[in-house]
Design a protein around this ligand. Structure first.
Ligand SMILES: Cc1cc2nc3c(=O)[nH]c(=O)nc-3n(C[C@H](O)[C@H](O)[C@H](O)COP(=O)(O)OP(=O)(O)OC[C@H]3O[C@@H](n4cnc5c(N)ncnc54)[C@H](O)[C@@H]3O)c2cc1C
Length: 231
């Protein structure tokens, strides 16, 4: 089912829990991992949290990049130049505190199926974040991840995924062996998936709507397609 998580400003920015910044790690291209103290927060892989600078009243949604089993909380953020929140989060230094509301969302792996399913994960840009959490939490799941980016430098941490299960789709640079030169949706259109596949789509709305349309054309039931739209 296609759905977008509505922007949900924290219930009351003054009462949201504060989490200490442990570190920021630069991945290039304005993309960074913000590592926060877990502070006992429970979540399921695939969920997202609202993050903001205390006192500003502004928060934005970020998928949780780390698995529920980790003792810290990572979010993978692309700084949007001129944006209200992501540049401020990029400037955070260890020891500072951010406010968090959540977790939210139902973009989680299905439970209770009779047979372990095959999963197709389609990500554009930082939309790879929930898939990183899925795979780190459940390394034995049977998946293929298509990751659409413009340049190789935007692949972030490709080593987190088994090479045999990972198809980088590079739209604006030459591809290397094992990669697809072109858009994710072009690759998907040329590689029909079995209708029994459980499909998860995360990132920008154009990729999600186009992938949804291809998947339903392949015969994948709508109930087996899950989407998280970032923008
Ligand atoms: C459920 C959900 C989960 C999300 N998870 C993540 C995540 O894990 N990592 C992440 O980096 N972002 C994620 N986002 C997007 C994030 O919430 C913010 O929209 C983004 O960080 C920009 O916020 P800003 O305040 O800096 O910019 P704003 O001042 O809010 O606006 C800047 C403009 O940038 C656009 N924009 C937002 N994201 C992007 C993008 N990636 N590339 C280009 N333009 C963009 C917005 O539509 C807006 O027009 C998620 C969004 C949703 C709804």
């Amino acid at each position: 089912m296609i759905g977008t998580s509505r922007r949900t400003p924290g219930r009351n920015p003054h009462t949201n829990p504060l989490h200490t910044v442990i570190a920021t790690r630069e991945l290039g291209q304005g993309i960074f991992i913000l590592r926060l103290a877990r502070e006992g927060m429970h979540f399921r892989a695939g969920q997202w949290i609202n993050v903001g600078i205390p006192g500003t009243g502004e928060q934005r949604e970020y998928s949780i990049y780390s698995p529920p089993s980790a003792d810290h909380l990572d979010v993978l953020i692309k700084e949007i130049p001129g944006g209200e929140v992501s540049p401020a989060l990029h400037r955070c230094r260890p020891g500072e505190r951010v406010e968090i509301d959540g977790p939210h969302g139902a973009f989680t792996l299905v439970e209770g199926l009779r047979a372990a399913p095959h999963y197709l994960f389609c990500a554009s840009g930082t939309g790879v974040s929930p898939f990183h959490s899925f795979v780190a939490e459940s390394p034995a799941i049977d998946y293929v991840l298509l990751h659409g980016v413009r340049h190789h430098a935007e692949l972030m941490e490709p080593g987190a995924f088994a090479p045999s299960r990972f198809v980088p789709c590079i739209s604006r640079e030459g591809a290397q062996p094992g990669e697809h030169q072109g858009r994710l949706t072009t690759y998907l259109g040329e590689h029909p998936v079995d209708p029994s596949t459980y499909c998860y789509l995360c990132g920008n709305s154009d990729m999600i709507y186009e992938s949804f349309s291809l998947l339903t054309r392949f015969g994948v039931p709508r109930e087996q397609i899950f989407a998280e739209i970032y923008f």
